[in-house]
Design a protein around this ligand. Structure first.
Ligand SMILES: [Zn+2]
Length: 270
């Protein structure tokens, strides 16, 4: 990819050891986009409402991944809760697989829902999840993020056969990314939980951020597991949000990013 003039200039300054200008002084052209990726919805729980509300108080939209087996019975209260938030336009739900299982096979190999389980298994689980979410809300999911972020060649093949899944959460630089066709990637360029699952740590986040910060860091999906947050966890989470806002990041929903990508692609223009 060609560097835009601004990025090139910033890179030159960085190479010369001159610190780049602070965010506020930079032209608006340098848009930095963040996406909150929160995993493991499996029912109505006050922690989800708390998570959404704390985000909304900061004008921040969030994307929540559903372990879709939880929709197998279509519990009306749960379905109403999902629809309420989806209709608010502030929350987007995504396909976090069907059962989130992991296991060890007879040879002692570790497998998971989308890690070594085979093409048929993976496609079946993706499609079951698509169907259950569509029954609940009237529309299929457009975003996928795998349990444990495990993806293999079969995951890419299965996803390539499901055009309605357009956006994929991934690790930056994963070999599977290149096997995905016609998908828009949402790279987890910044880590959300530095002390383990459900344990964000703001000082560690900030330190890590400052190491990674640079002209190339313009898009980051950031992963959290709010269901396991303690009071302290919520505080670290909101400190991270406040910090990124002050750094000039704009929080968007995944489908908004899809729109921006389509606008930026010359082929999409008349
Ligand atoms: Zn998960």
């Amino acid at each position: 990819m060609l560097l835009r003039p601004l990025s090139a200039a910033l890179l030159l300054l960085a190479t010369l050891g001159i610190s780049r200008p602070v965010s506020a002084a930079e032209p608006a052209a340098r848009q930095r986009l963040a996406i909150v990726k929160a995993d493991d919805v499996k029912g109505v729980n006050g922690k989800w409402d708390r998570f959404i509300t704390l985000s909304q108080e900061r004008d921040i939209v969030v994307s929540l991944g559903i372990i879709t087996e939880s929709l197998a019975t279509q519990d009306p209260k749960y379905v109403a809760w999902i629809k309420k938030w989806a209709d608010s336009g502030k929350v987007e739900f995504w396909n976090h697989g069907w059962d989130h299982k992991s296991w060890t096979d007879a040879a002692g190999k570790k497998l998971s829902e989308f890690g070594g389980s085979g093409l048929e298994h993976q496609k079946d689980h993706l499609l079951k999840a698509q169907a259950a979410f569509k029954t609940a809300t009237g529309s299929p999911y457009t975003i996928f993020g795998s349990p444990y972020n495990a993806m293999d060649g079969d995951t890419a093949r299965a996803l390539n056969e499901i055009p309605e899944l357009k956006l994929i959460y991934c690790y930056p630089g994963s070999v599977v990314n290149a096997q995905l066709k016609g998908k828009v990637l949402l790279p987890m360029s910044l880590r959300g939980e530095h002390d383990g699952t459900s344990k964000p740590n703001f000082p560690k986040f900030k330190e890590d951020y400052q190491k990674k910060d640079g002209p190339a860091l313009n898009l980051a999906a950031i992963q959290f597991h709010p269901l396991g947050f303690s009071e302290e966890g919520f505080k670290h989470y909101t400190d991270i949000l406040d910090f990124l806002k002050a750094e000039g990041w704009t929080f968007i929903l995944p489908t908004k990013y899809l729109e921006l990508q389509a606008q930026a692609t010359p082929a999409a223009k008349p």
